[in-house]
Design a protein. Structure first.
Length: 252
Protein backbone atom coordinates (compact mmCIF):
# COMPACT_ATOMS: atom_id res chain seq x y z
CA UNK A 1 0.00 0.00 0.00
CA UNK A 2 1.37 3.40 -0.74
CA UNK A 3 -0.26 6.65 0.26
CA UNK A 4 -3.48 4.65 0.35
CA UNK A 5 -6.79 6.06 1.56
CA UNK A 6 -10.20 4.43 1.96
CA UNK A 7 -13.01 6.88 2.61
CA UNK A 8 -16.62 6.30 3.55
CA UNK A 9 -18.26 9.69 3.22
CA UNK A 10 -16.25 12.03 5.42
CA UNK A 11 -14.64 9.18 7.39
CA UNK A 12 -11.17 8.08 6.31
CA UNK A 13 -10.96 4.52 7.56
CA UNK A 14 -7.45 4.29 6.12
CA UNK A 15 -5.72 7.65 5.84
CA UNK A 16 -2.68 7.83 3.52
CA UNK A 17 -1.14 4.62 4.84
CA UNK A 18 1.95 2.78 3.62
CA UNK A 19 2.77 -0.88 4.12
CA UNK A 20 5.11 -3.35 2.44
CA UNK A 21 4.99 -7.10 2.95
CA UNK A 22 7.96 -9.30 2.14
CA UNK A 23 7.55 -12.62 0.32
CA UNK A 24 6.67 -15.36 2.78
CA UNK A 25 6.02 -12.95 5.63
CA UNK A 26 3.38 -13.65 8.27
CA UNK A 27 1.68 -10.52 9.52
CA UNK A 28 -0.83 -9.92 12.33
CA UNK A 29 -3.16 -6.97 12.02
CA UNK A 30 -4.54 -5.72 15.33
CA UNK A 31 -6.64 -2.83 16.54
CA UNK A 32 -9.98 -2.11 18.20
CA UNK A 33 -13.36 -2.85 16.60
CA UNK A 34 -14.20 -0.41 13.86
CA UNK A 35 -10.55 0.51 13.30
CA UNK A 36 -10.50 -0.82 9.73
CA UNK A 37 -9.05 -4.33 9.95
CA UNK A 38 -11.71 -5.96 7.79
CA UNK A 39 -11.35 -3.05 5.38
CA UNK A 40 -7.69 -4.00 4.91
CA UNK A 41 -8.67 -7.63 4.27
CA UNK A 42 -11.36 -6.53 1.83
CA UNK A 43 -8.78 -4.49 -0.09
CA UNK A 44 -6.41 -7.44 -0.24
CA UNK A 45 -9.21 -9.80 -1.25
CA UNK A 46 -10.16 -7.51 -4.12
CA UNK A 47 -13.63 -6.73 -2.80
CA UNK A 48 -12.81 -3.06 -2.43
CA UNK A 49 -10.57 -0.54 -4.19
CA UNK A 50 -8.71 2.35 -2.53
CA UNK A 51 -10.36 5.80 -2.72
CA UNK A 52 -6.89 7.15 -3.52
CA UNK A 53 -3.30 5.96 -3.49
CA UNK A 54 -1.93 2.64 -4.68
CA UNK A 55 -2.47 -0.99 -3.80
CA UNK A 56 -0.07 -3.44 -5.41
CA UNK A 57 -0.33 -7.21 -5.08
CA UNK A 58 2.64 -9.28 -6.22
CA UNK A 59 3.90 -6.12 -7.88
CA UNK A 60 0.75 -5.43 -9.87
CA UNK A 61 -1.28 -2.31 -9.27
CA UNK A 62 -4.89 -3.15 -8.49
CA UNK A 63 -7.28 -1.10 -10.59
CA UNK A 64 -10.22 -3.50 -10.80
CA UNK A 65 -12.06 -5.52 -8.21
CA UNK A 66 -11.25 -9.24 -8.25
CA UNK A 67 -14.47 -10.16 -10.00
CA UNK A 68 -13.49 -8.00 -12.98
CA UNK A 69 -9.90 -9.22 -13.27
CA UNK A 70 -8.90 -11.63 -16.02
CA UNK A 71 -5.69 -12.78 -14.29
CA UNK A 72 -6.42 -12.32 -10.59
CA UNK A 73 -3.66 -12.52 -7.95
CA UNK A 74 -3.65 -15.63 -5.76
CA UNK A 75 -5.31 -14.38 -2.58
CA UNK A 76 -7.26 -16.79 -0.38
CA UNK A 77 -9.58 -15.84 2.42
CA UNK A 78 -10.42 -18.12 5.34
CA UNK A 79 -13.63 -16.90 6.91
CA UNK A 80 -14.32 -16.80 10.63
CA UNK A 81 -17.09 -19.37 10.19
CA UNK A 82 -16.26 -22.26 7.87
CA UNK A 83 -18.85 -21.16 5.24
CA UNK A 84 -19.09 -24.65 3.68
CA UNK A 85 -21.83 -25.52 1.22
CA UNK A 86 -24.21 -27.79 3.10
CA UNK A 87 -25.56 -29.75 0.16
CA UNK A 88 -22.09 -30.69 -1.13
CA UNK A 89 -19.79 -33.34 0.31
CA UNK A 90 -16.48 -32.44 1.90
CA UNK A 91 -14.72 -33.55 -1.27
CA UNK A 92 -16.95 -31.36 -3.42
CA UNK A 93 -16.52 -28.40 -1.08
CA UNK A 94 -12.72 -28.60 -1.12
CA UNK A 95 -12.53 -29.31 -4.86
CA UNK A 96 -15.26 -26.83 -5.79
CA UNK A 97 -13.11 -24.41 -7.79
CA UNK A 98 -11.33 -27.20 -9.66
CA UNK A 99 -14.59 -28.95 -10.54
CA UNK A 100 -16.15 -25.72 -11.69
CA UNK A 101 -13.06 -24.88 -13.77
CA UNK A 102 -13.58 -28.12 -15.69
CA UNK A 103 -9.93 -28.29 -16.70
CA UNK A 104 -8.77 -31.25 -14.64
CA UNK A 105 -9.84 -34.89 -14.71
CA UNK A 106 -12.00 -36.19 -11.89
CA UNK A 107 -9.27 -38.52 -10.64
CA UNK A 108 -6.74 -35.71 -10.50
CA UNK A 109 -9.11 -33.44 -8.62
CA UNK A 110 -9.76 -36.23 -6.13
CA UNK A 111 -6.03 -36.74 -5.61
CA UNK A 112 -5.49 -33.05 -4.91
CA UNK A 113 -8.46 -32.85 -2.57
CA UNK A 114 -7.21 -35.87 -0.62
CA UNK A 115 -3.74 -34.40 -0.18
CA UNK A 116 -5.22 -31.12 1.10
CA UNK A 117 -7.43 -33.00 3.56
CA UNK A 118 -4.43 -35.00 4.76
CA UNK A 119 -2.45 -31.80 5.26
CA UNK A 120 -5.01 -30.73 7.87
CA UNK A 121 -5.21 -34.22 9.44
CA UNK A 122 -8.63 -35.13 8.07
CA UNK A 123 -9.17 -38.74 7.04
CA UNK A 124 -12.28 -40.67 5.97
CA UNK A 125 -14.47 -37.58 5.70
CA UNK A 126 -14.42 -36.94 1.94
CA UNK A 127 -17.90 -38.41 1.38
CA UNK A 128 -19.48 -36.82 4.44
CA UNK A 129 -21.61 -33.69 4.39
CA UNK A 130 -20.57 -30.66 6.51
CA UNK A 131 -23.59 -31.18 8.79
CA UNK A 132 -22.23 -34.59 9.77
CA UNK A 133 -18.96 -33.11 11.08
CA UNK A 134 -18.11 -31.36 14.34
CA UNK A 135 -17.48 -27.60 14.27
CA UNK A 136 -13.74 -28.16 14.61
CA UNK A 137 -13.68 -30.57 11.68
CA UNK A 138 -15.69 -28.15 9.55
CA UNK A 139 -13.08 -25.52 10.28
CA UNK A 140 -10.35 -27.92 9.15
CA UNK A 141 -12.25 -28.50 5.91
CA UNK A 142 -12.31 -24.75 5.29
CA UNK A 143 -8.52 -24.66 5.72
CA UNK A 144 -8.14 -27.57 3.30
CA UNK A 145 -10.22 -25.63 0.80
CA UNK A 146 -7.80 -22.70 1.10
CA UNK A 147 -4.93 -25.04 0.22
CA UNK A 148 -6.26 -25.98 -3.19
CA UNK A 149 -4.16 -24.46 -5.96
CA UNK A 150 -5.81 -23.09 -9.05
CA UNK A 151 -4.76 -25.35 -11.95
CA UNK A 152 -3.05 -22.51 -13.81
CA UNK A 153 -1.14 -21.32 -10.71
CA UNK A 154 1.01 -24.41 -10.31
CA UNK A 155 4.64 -23.40 -10.13
CA UNK A 156 6.18 -20.57 -8.16
CA UNK A 157 2.80 -19.72 -6.80
CA UNK A 158 2.99 -17.85 -3.53
CA UNK A 159 -0.54 -17.21 -2.36
CA UNK A 160 -1.50 -14.52 0.11
CA UNK A 161 -3.60 -16.17 2.83
CA UNK A 162 -6.04 -14.02 4.81
CA UNK A 163 -7.55 -15.08 8.12
CA UNK A 164 -10.25 -12.90 9.70
CA UNK A 165 -10.43 -13.49 13.47
CA UNK A 166 -9.85 -17.24 13.13
CA UNK A 167 -9.84 -17.99 16.86
CA UNK A 168 -12.48 -15.59 18.19
CA UNK A 169 -14.63 -17.28 20.82
CA UNK A 170 -12.64 -20.52 21.00
CA UNK A 171 -11.33 -22.18 24.16
CA UNK A 172 -7.54 -22.07 24.64
CA UNK A 173 -6.94 -25.63 23.42
CA UNK A 174 -9.10 -25.17 20.33
CA UNK A 175 -7.19 -21.92 19.74
CA UNK A 176 -3.88 -23.76 19.74
CA UNK A 177 -5.21 -26.29 17.22
CA UNK A 178 -6.32 -23.55 14.84
CA UNK A 179 -3.08 -21.62 15.32
CA UNK A 180 -1.05 -24.72 14.40
CA UNK A 181 -3.31 -25.09 11.40
CA UNK A 182 -2.72 -21.50 10.28
CA UNK A 183 1.04 -21.90 10.53
CA UNK A 184 0.89 -25.24 8.73
CA UNK A 185 -1.53 -24.05 6.03
CA UNK A 186 0.63 -21.03 5.30
CA UNK A 187 3.72 -23.25 5.12
CA UNK A 188 2.11 -25.91 2.93
CA UNK A 189 0.80 -23.21 0.58
CA UNK A 190 4.27 -21.57 0.68
CA UNK A 191 2.60 -18.23 0.97
CA UNK A 192 2.44 -15.12 3.08
CA UNK A 193 -0.39 -14.41 5.46
CA UNK A 194 -2.32 -11.67 7.19
CA UNK A 195 -4.14 -12.68 10.36
CA UNK A 196 -6.62 -10.32 11.99
CA UNK A 197 -6.93 -11.23 15.65
CA UNK A 198 -7.39 -9.94 19.19
CA UNK A 199 -6.19 -13.19 20.69
CA UNK A 200 -2.71 -12.85 22.15
CA UNK A 201 -1.71 -16.49 21.58
CA UNK A 202 -2.87 -16.29 17.95
CA UNK A 203 -0.83 -13.16 17.33
CA UNK A 204 2.24 -14.71 18.95
CA UNK A 205 1.96 -18.11 17.23
CA UNK A 206 0.91 -17.01 13.77
CA UNK A 207 2.84 -13.83 13.05
CA UNK A 208 6.38 -12.56 12.73
CA UNK A 209 5.35 -8.94 12.48
CA UNK A 210 2.50 -6.97 14.02
CA UNK A 211 0.75 -3.92 12.61
CA UNK A 212 -1.50 -1.88 14.89
CA UNK A 213 -4.26 0.12 13.22
CA UNK A 214 -6.09 2.99 14.86
CA UNK A 215 -7.50 6.34 13.75
CA UNK A 216 -6.96 5.59 10.07
CA UNK A 217 -3.21 5.06 10.52
CA UNK A 218 -0.86 2.17 11.05
CA UNK A 219 0.23 3.44 14.46
CA UNK A 220 2.86 0.83 15.15
CA UNK A 221 4.63 -1.82 13.15
CA UNK A 222 7.29 -4.17 14.49
CA UNK A 223 8.50 -7.70 15.11
CA UNK A 224 6.69 -10.01 17.49
CA UNK A 225 9.62 -9.66 19.93
CA UNK A 226 9.26 -5.88 19.90
CA UNK A 227 5.50 -6.26 20.29
CA UNK A 228 6.06 -7.97 23.66
CA UNK A 229 8.34 -5.24 24.97
CA UNK A 230 7.63 -1.94 23.29
CA UNK A 231 6.32 0.93 25.37
CA UNK A 232 4.46 2.36 22.40
CA UNK A 233 1.26 3.65 24.04
CA UNK A 234 -1.05 1.94 21.52
CA UNK A 235 0.57 -1.45 21.91
CA UNK A 236 0.81 -1.07 25.70
CA UNK A 237 -2.90 -0.32 25.87
CA UNK A 238 -3.70 -3.29 23.64
CA UNK A 239 -1.52 -5.65 25.72
CA UNK A 240 -2.97 -4.53 29.04
CA UNK A 241 -6.56 -3.98 27.90
CA UNK A 242 -6.50 -0.69 29.79
CA UNK A 243 -9.25 1.90 29.41
CA UNK A 244 -6.57 4.57 29.76
CA UNK A 245 -4.54 5.29 26.68
CA UNK A 246 -4.66 6.76 23.22
CA UNK A 247 -7.37 4.39 21.99
CA UNK A 248 -10.80 5.50 23.02
CA UNK A 249 -14.16 3.97 22.14
CA UNK A 250 -14.91 4.29 18.44
CA UNK A 251 -18.49 4.80 17.42
CA UNK A 252 -19.33 5.78 13.88
P1 LIG B 1 -12.88 -3.62 11.95
O1 LIG B 1 -12.82 -4.84 11.08
O2 LIG B 1 -11.54 -3.16 12.42
O3 LIG B 1 -13.81 -3.80 13.10
P2 LIG B 1 -14.05 -2.36 9.58
O4 LIG B 1 -12.93 -2.39 8.61
O5 LIG B 1 -15.12 -3.37 9.42
O6 LIG B 1 -13.46 -2.40 11.08
O7 LIG B 1 -14.75 -0.94 9.54
C1 LIG B 1 -14.02 0.27 9.75
C2 LIG B 1 -14.96 1.45 9.67
O8 LIG B 1 -15.47 1.59 8.35
C3 LIG B 1 -16.17 1.33 10.59
O9 LIG B 1 -16.40 2.59 11.16
C4 LIG B 1 -17.28 0.97 9.66
O10 LIG B 1 -18.50 1.46 10.14
C5 LIG B 1 -16.87 1.65 8.38
N1 LIG B 1 -17.38 0.95 7.19
C6 LIG B 1 -17.02 -0.29 6.80
N2 LIG B 1 -17.66 -0.64 5.66
C7 LIG B 1 -18.45 0.41 5.34
C8 LIG B 1 -19.38 0.68 4.26
N3 LIG B 1 -19.60 -0.21 3.29
N4 LIG B 1 -20.01 1.88 4.26
C9 LIG B 1 -19.77 2.79 5.22
N5 LIG B 1 -18.94 2.60 6.25
C10 LIG B 1 -18.27 1.43 6.32
MG1 LIG C 1 -13.79 -6.78 11.28
Amino acid sequence: MSDLTVRWGSLSVLDTVDLVMKPGERLALIGPSGAGKSTVLRLLAGLLLPSSGDLKLFGNKQTYKRIDQSDPPDVRLVFQNPALLGSLTVEENVGFLLMRGGRLKGTEIKERVMSCLEAVDLYDVADKFPGQLSGGMQKRVSFARALINAPDKERDSMPLMLYDEPTAGLDPVACTRIEDLIVKTTQVAMGCSVVVSHVRSTIEHCAERVVMIYGGKFQWNGSIEDFRQTNNPYVEQFRSGSLQGPMQHIEH
